[in-house]
Every structure is written in structure tokens, then in C-alpha cells.
Design a protein around this ligand. Structure first.
Ligand code: SF4
Length: 250
């Protein structure tokens, strides 16, 4: 894989060093990426546990879905939220990023991936030519979380909460119709793929979520604490880009 000088600078911004001269060099890990192997996730089983979740989520348009999420009190996470965190980006983006749950800053600002982890995500996206700022659908991403309300104290989301909230994400995927999904973080990945495996066992291959190719990688907040895994995250971005470029009409 060849990198322009601009891409090299972006890679350095996320802590990845590229060996070799610009336009000629290649990261060994990128060149060595195996052919994508497609693994289908098991179908979802969603169990109701609590209060009223709006009905008809599966046929809602964007305004109705936003209102339904904002009004949702289907699990106990509604009790501690300042606001729901719905999602941002181009509503027909070709790329979709799915994270875990809002943290304190997201809960305050109402937007996923803000603060330092959001800045790292932006740098990672820029490194492969994508952005969350207004752009055309081919360059912009749509970003959402599997959980729309902040778990108190940033605790791990519970399986029932993930199950209650997933219909909203499924509808977002149906409306965006992304060509590829990048799933970030253990709880997002395990929830989407119905797996208890660690990210290390799930990354490096192409999964599917509701028919859409899905690539697994680490959450930017984790990468900020574990700098040594940034190179693996870069491998994952390369696999995602390789998979996207291999799609028909990419
Ligand atoms: S986390 Fe999801 S299911 Fe639970 S109250 Fe918030 S929007 Fe509803």
C-alpha cells in the first residue's frame, strides 16, 4: 500500500510510523494483511426488560427515530442521563463508525466521540481519507454508539441495556445504508457480533452486521491508554480500507 506525504503526516499524528520514502514505502503490516475472510454474526435476540420503548422503530424515518431515542425510557440508563446521544454525520454516509456508550463529555455535548478520544478518532479517520465534518457521502462517516445514554460512572453497559437499545442502532444502519462498518471497543464489538471473544480474537477478518461488512478495532479511549496497540488499530483501518475498495463500485 502506498502513502502520500499527507497520509504519512496523518499517520504520525495517530502515533504510527511509516517506513520507507513517500509514494513508494509500505507498512509491512498493511502489505501483509490477509485476504478478507467473511464471518456472519448470529441473528439478534432482543429481550424487553423495562419501561416503554417506542413501537415501530423498524419503520421510523430520521426525525421519528431522533424523537423516539430522545424520549426513550426503556432501560434504567434513562435515569442518569443529561441527554441521549443519538449520532452525527452524513445520513447516507458510505462508512459508519459504531462505538460503545456515551461518556461524561458525550453526555454533556450530545455527540459521540468527543474529547481526546474523539480527536484521536478524527485523526484515524483522516488517515484513510474520511471525516466527520460536512463532506460528500463518500468521505464523511456516520458515527453512533450501541448505547444512547451514559452508564452512570462510565460503568460497563449491561447486556439487557445493550439489547434494549440495539433496535435504534439497527434502524440507524438501515437508514444510513453504509457500505462498511467500523466497530470500536469491546462492548460494541461483542454486542454487535454476539460474541464473548476479546477484540484480539475478532479483529483481522471481515464480519457482517445486518448484511454490512464489519471490521473490528480498538476504541480510541483504549488506544490512548495502550499506545502499543495503535499499530494494530492501523492494521484494522487498512483492512477496512482494503475491504471497502474491494466492494463493487467502490
Ligand atoms: S440506553 Fe437506549 S434503551 Fe436505554 S433508555 Fe437510553 S435510549 Fe432507551
Amino acid at each position: 500500500m502506498r502513502w502520500t506525504e499527507r497520509q504519512r503526516l496523518m499517520l504520525e499524528a495517530i502515533g504510527i510510523r511509516v517506513w520507507g520514502p513517500a509514494e513508494e514505502g509500505a507498512t509491512a503490516v498493511a502489505e501483509a494483511a490477509p485476504p478478507p475472510e467473511i464471518v456472519a454474526a448470529a441473528p439478534a435476540t432482543v429481550a424487553r426488560i423495562g419501561g416503554p420503548r417506542p413501537t415501530g422503530v423498524e419503520t421510523m424515518d430520521w426525525p421519528a427515530l431522533r424523537t423516539a431515542v430522545a424520549d426513550c425510557r426503556a432501560c434504567k440508563l434513562c435515569q442518569g442521563r443529561r441527554q441521549t446521544v443519538f449520532g452525527v454525520g452524513h445520513e447516507r454516509a458510505q462508512w459508519m463508525v459504531v462505538g460503545e456508550a456515551p461518556g461524561e463529555q458525550e453526555d454533556r455535548q450530545g455527540e459521540p466521540f468527543v474529547g481526546k478520544s474523539g480527536q484521536l478518532l478524527d485523526s484515524m479517520l483522516r488517515a484513510i481519507g474520511l471525516t466527520r465534518t460536512p463532506e460528500d457521502a463518500a468521505r464523511q462517516v456516520y458515527i453512533a454508539n450501541t448505547i444512547k445514554c451514559r452508564p452512570p460512572g462510565n460503568r460497563n453497559p449491561e447486556p439487557e441495556e445493550l439489547a434494549q437499545c440495539e433496535p435504534f442502532l439497527i434502524r440507524q444502519v438501515e437508514l444510513v445504508q453504509p457500505r462498511i462498518i467500523l466497530a470500536m471497543g469491546r462492548f460494541a464489538v461483542q454486542s454487535l457480533l454476539r460474541s464473548n471473544d476479546a477484540i484480539g480474537r475478532l479483529r483481522g477478518r471481515v464480519h457482517r452486521y445486518h448484511g454490512v461488512p464489519l471490521i473490528v478495532t480498538y476504541h480510541p479511549a483504549y488506544l490512548l491508554r495502550n499506545l502499543e496497540d495503535k499499530a494494530k488499530a492501523w492494521d484494522d483501518l487498512c483492512l477496512a480500507l482494503q475491504t471497502f475498495q474491494a466492494l463493487p463500485n467502490a
